[in-house]
Design a protein around this ligand. Structure first.
Ligand SMILES: Nc1nc2c(ncn2[C@@H]2O[C@H](COP(=O)(O)OP(=O)(O)OP(=O)(O)O)[C@@H](O)[C@H]2O)c(=O)[nH]1
Length: 423
């Protein structure tokens, strides 16, 4: 939970902000209606405030003094202002605030809260700034740090590539064009050999009078560009827009790869990951065990306790498999069936691991919402016969799974079992 300070003397505005904050699970707020109260809240919540929303005009501080007070504590501040004019805008931005919001209705406050959330995301986002000018690097870094980004810097393309290789977490590269050793466009070309646009955002910078550079940046793989000199708002809007687009693509990707109910990987993702691992194992004659797990009498759980109880069981089983098979690939195949891929394990090792899981599940009940304890069993087929494709190997696992069901269920059958595993 992030705690924010809201400094506002209008009761009506405070009421709306309270309402917006209340609807937000990730935020809690403390309130002040004057400079004096703001001082008290800062002292009381020292070290615990993530950000602040502050009105510029307070009865005891009519000229934005409260903003200076909050900024002096190192707290990212979003200014709430009743009126907007160019001179005022320049003045408040120059103070070092994160953003300003003109109080024009509920949407303005939702926007302000959105900025707070953006700051929280930015704290986990690393940006690489590439520029040979120290002044420029420092200026861009300062703008990014105001937005709470983690910032790394490089003074040419070669240094940038070294940093990219050493820091997989970098999500955004902001690069100038004119640099010694490797210019910005060459850097973009090099980066795009390895990183897709949907994995890493690049924003090119081009100076005035070099208009064609912006097009060259984009044509060679940059996501966006900015003409220099730019102002703080122009820069932060572009950065925000690009980072949000990247996050959205990554969310869509994750949603397309995960099973909606259990959060486990889905069938599509499993094959996407498993096929290359299978090919690699074939080429290197390496061990690769594939497993098909199916809960026993799952239909009876739905029929007896309802579909919701069935869902709960599926979630618990997926959680157990994910927790116990962390370094392997686990996916929900559909219904009450799960795929597991165990690279590096021979049949005996895989069979023994899956049997342990079977015993674990059988000895730990899943507790339903009404307190009912359900002891579950599963049957599984395990094989490390590589066959010629992943599909074929899974067909062998499926044949063993069928054998396990046929032999009475609650069993793990593998390559060496002509009949059955332990019951
Ligand atoms: N609650 C719930 N049920 C599901 C879901 N997907 C499939 N099912 C049900 O899961 C059941 C799967 O049953 P089966 O695997 O065919 O049969 P079973 O009762 O487990 O019997 P055996 O596998 O032979 O032991 C069906 O009744 C499906 O309707 C789901 O997402 N949630």
């Amino acid at each position: 939970m992030k705690r924010i300070l809201v400094v506002e003397d209008s009761q009506l505005v405070t009421k709306v902000v309270r309402h917006v904050v209340k609807l937000d699970d990730g935020l809690e707020a403390v309130y002040a209606s004057s400079l004096a109260e703001a001082k008290e809240q800062l002292a009381r919540n020292s070290g615990q405030l993530f950000a602040a929303l502050a009105d510029l005009n307070l009865p005891d501080a009519p000229d934005g003094e409260v903003v200076d007070l909050i900024l002096a504590e190192g707290i990212p501040t979003i200014v709430l202002t009743g009126s907007y004019d160019e001179e005022r805008r320049e003045k408040i931005l120059a103070k070092g605030i994160v953003d300003y919001v003109v109080k024009e209705g509920r949407y303005s406050y939702e926007y302000a809260i959105g900025v707070v959330h953006r700051l929280a995301h930015n704290q986990a986002t690393t940006v690489l700034v590439v520029d040979d000018s120290e002044t420029s690097r420092r200026y861009i870094s300062e703008l990014l740090k105001r937005q709470q980004f983690i910032v790394l810097t490089a003074c040419n393309g070669v240094e940038a590539i070294k940093l990219l290789l050493a820091h997989e977490e970098i999500k955004l590269v902001i690069t100038d064009f004119n640099m010694p050793i490797m210019d910005g466009i060459e850097l973009v070309k090099n980066i795009r050999y390895k990183y897709e646009k949907s994995d890493l955002v690049i924003i090119g910078l081009s100076g005035r009078g070099e208009k064609s550079l912006s097009a060259q940046f984009i044509k060679n793989g940059a996501n966006d560009f900015l003409h220099k000199p730019f102002n703080y708002e122009e820069f932060t809007c572009r950065v925000r827009h690009n980072v949000e687009s990247l996050e959205l693509i990554q969310q869509i990707r994750a949603a397309a790869s995960k099973d909606y109910l259990t959060g486990a990987w889905n069938r599509r993702y499993f094959f996407e990951q498993a096929e290359p691992l299978h090919q690699e194992a074939l080429q290197n004659q390496a061990q690769l065990a594939a497993v098909l797990i199916d809960l026993d009498h799952f239909k009876k759980i739905n029929d007896t306790y309802g579909h919701e109880a069935g869902d709960r069981v599926l979630v618990e089983v997926a959680n157990l498999l994910n927790a116990k098979l962390k370094r392997f690939l686990v996916a929900r195949a559909g219904g009450a069936e799960f795929f597991v891929l165990l690279p590096g394990l021979d049949n005996d090792q895989a069979q023994s691991l899956i049997s342990q899981l079977r015993q674990m599940l059988a000895s730990r009940p899943v507790v339903l919402a009404d307190g009912t304890e359900l002891y579950l069993g599963f049957s599984a087929g395990v094989t490390n016969q590589l066959c010629s494709s992943m599909d074929e190997q899974l067909a062998v696992a499926d044949k063993f799974l069928f054998r396990a069901k046929d032999a009475g269920r609650n069993l793990v059958v593998g390559d060496d079992d002509e009949d059955e595993d332990e019951v």
